[in-house]
Design a protein. Structure first.
Length: 83
């Protein structure tokens, strides 16, 4: 391990301010993502419907339809969104 640096008061203040700003941005993103949850559920259902009717491209112009039993079961927990 390297030496531990001593930070100047100005750098410490900047880090504290930056951390606070990042936490505020994170809270805003979480709030916006939670507001999108009903719309996201609709998008997921539309996607599942589309891949069962139209399918998806496996290679070039070859399409494959997904059978209903191949669709994964929804977990009981809330949907996790990574951002």
């Amino acid at each position: 391990m390297g030496k531990k640096r001593k930070l100047s008061p100005a750098v410490r203040a900047w880090l504290k301010r930056e951390l606070r700003e990042q936490q505020e941005r994170y809270k805003k993103i979480v709030k916006e993502m939670e507001a999108l949850a009903p719309q996201r559920e609709k998008w997921i259902q539309e996607f599942f419907q589309r891949i069962q009717t139209r399918g998806f491209c496996v290679h070039a112009d070859i399409r494959r339809r997904i059978k209903p039993e191949e669709i994964p079961k929804r977990p009981k927990r809330k949907l996790r969104v990574v951002y």
